[in-house]
Design a protein around this ligand. Sequence first.
Ligand SMILES: [Zn+2]
Length: 111
Amino acid sequence: MISDALSRAFSLLDQDMLGYLDAVEELTDAHEADETVLAVARTEVPRLIAALRGTLGNHQADILGLCLGCAPTWTDGRFTRTPWPCPVIDAAHTYLKDPTSIYPDLGQRSR
Ligand SMILES: [Zn+2]
């Protein structure tokens, strides 16, 4: 169980990251000047790629084909680990192939 303070810190971090993504999205949409889109893309696309690479890099298969990034779960009286590709890899692959598919999943926007 996490404390209220830690829960609030996680909530603020989530809001901060979502706010950052909203800002990048708004500054690169079709209504912005090409110079703005180019400047934001040059600085923020590498950051977004690094975030995705870092996330995916944690979710690699071990020699048994189990994900090293997903937490073990207690199932049937023992710890088990998630087979790779895990849900994190599946989700990243799905959203990279079809970015609009994330919005119904988030339940907050429709594009
Ligand atoms: Zn995983």
